[in-house]
Design a protein around this ligand. Sequence first.
Ligand SMILES: *Cc1c(COP(=O)(O)O)cnc(C)c1O
Length: 233
Amino acid sequence: MSINENLAQVRRRIAEAAERAGRSADEITLIAVTKTRAAKEINEAISLGVTDIGENKPQEIRDKFADVSPVRWHMIGHLQTNKIKYIIDRVCMIHSVDSIHLMDEIDKQAGKHNIVMDILIQVNISGEETKQGCAPEELPRLLEHAGELNNIRVRGLMTIAPKADSGVTNSLHFDNIRRLFVDISQKKYDNVTMECLSMGMSGDYETAIECGATMVRVGTAIFGERDYSKSAQ
Ligand SMILES: *Cc1c(COP(=O)(O)O)cnc(C)c1O
């Protein structure tokens, strides 16, 4: 299957899932996840109308940035504070913020560039031990802290559902984060709006859309299986 055919299929499935949920497909941003992919493949996807791409390693963003056509870059993977400087002026959004320390450091780096960085708080909704993300109980503390910062703004939540879980339990996780998303949007936190709910990957993006995702992060279903031996460190 070509990138062209795969993209067409993903877009059709997004539209169908949106329709099942009584939503408009326009509400859903497809983020094509381009980790391990060469600039050439990424540019092909962009020429086919992809507007948003996601990477999980700062180094890969740095390495590919000059060779990729204009597009919105999203940082979706775990971010160490000493790597923020490589991406701060290149990405439009950081999805993987799960601590006050990281929030503070992003704010500081964004301030140096005179920008306001959009961030999502990554929530570990399944309680799985290995996953990144803050516990749901920690959310209020992080959201309150955002009110003290000038160079970030919180735009929503992000989660990664456990790979091993079935579609049924993933929809439970997605429903749970959707509930948090709605609860938070009804409370008034300074500098926090709940507009973006980033959830769903190749295996579960349709379920995520039925549960309210506004951003889906899809790699394999567009580009095929990844070969990690070729990826940047
Ligand atoms: C790799 C990755 C994805 C995409 O995964 P696929 O299963 O290839 O669609 C989505 N989100 C994050 C955070 C990722 O690291």
